[in-house]
Design a protein. Structure first.
Length: 181
């Protein structure tokens, strides 16, 4: 039987069984990559362990907390429940890819100015869920913000500051693109 070797940070990467590796091309934060991994690994494992993209957090590891939220084709998904092997050709955004050359995304700025970040563990997931909302609706109501963030738990701030931050980011985005109003 073929032996498996384990390396720190690559716990499931099969070295002796190269044929067992799943190879796909996909785009992460604007960069096209070819990756090889065991078919049973989750997107969260690949991001954090293989690519050192540790913005997506491992909270419950069971679909309950939203800390691992990333955007796949502009829609929020739980990376802990998403098999990486299903993502051939997909476009993925993690929090590391959000800030542009012009600096922080308005959501990142608003989370800071509105005091919506304490320990920060939930913040990447919340911001990406909020981005998916603002991408399709740049002027959401408070109720629409609450609904969009219902899958993202925060143990620190309470939710009002987070909601205020998303509404502030919406105002900033509208100011940047008045045609969106
Ligand atoms: S770590 Fe994925 S939902 Fe909690
Ligand atoms: S800021 Fe700590 S969990 Fe949300």
């Amino acid at each position: 039987m073929a032996r498996r070797k384990r390396r720190a940070g690559h716990s499931d990467l099969v070295v002796d069984e190269k044929k067992a590796l799943h190879r796909i091309r996909l785009t992460i934060n604007g960069e096209e990559l070819e990756l090889a991994f065991s078919p049973r690994r989750t997107l969260l494992e690949v991001l954090r362990d293989d690519l050192d993209l540790i913005g997506a957090k491992e909270g419950c590891d069971g679909g309950e907390c939203g800390a691992c939220t990333v955007l796949i084709e502009d829609r929020p998904y739980l990376a802990c429940l998403t098999l990486a092997a299903t993502l051939r050709g997909k476009r993925i955004l993690t929090i590391e890819g959000l800030a542009g050359n012009g600096g922080l995304h308005p959501l990142q700025s608003a989370f800071l100015t509105k005091g919506a970040v304490q320990c920060g563990y939930c913040t990447p997931g919340l911001i990406l869920s909020a981005k998916a909302l603002l991408d399709r609706n740049v002027a959401p109501t408070e109720e629409e913000v609450k609904k969009a963030l219902v899958g993202n738990l925060c143990r620190c701030t309470g939710y009002q500051k987070i909601i205020d931050a998303v509404l502030e980011a919406a105002r900033l985005l509208q100011a940047e693109s008045p045609g969106n109003r």
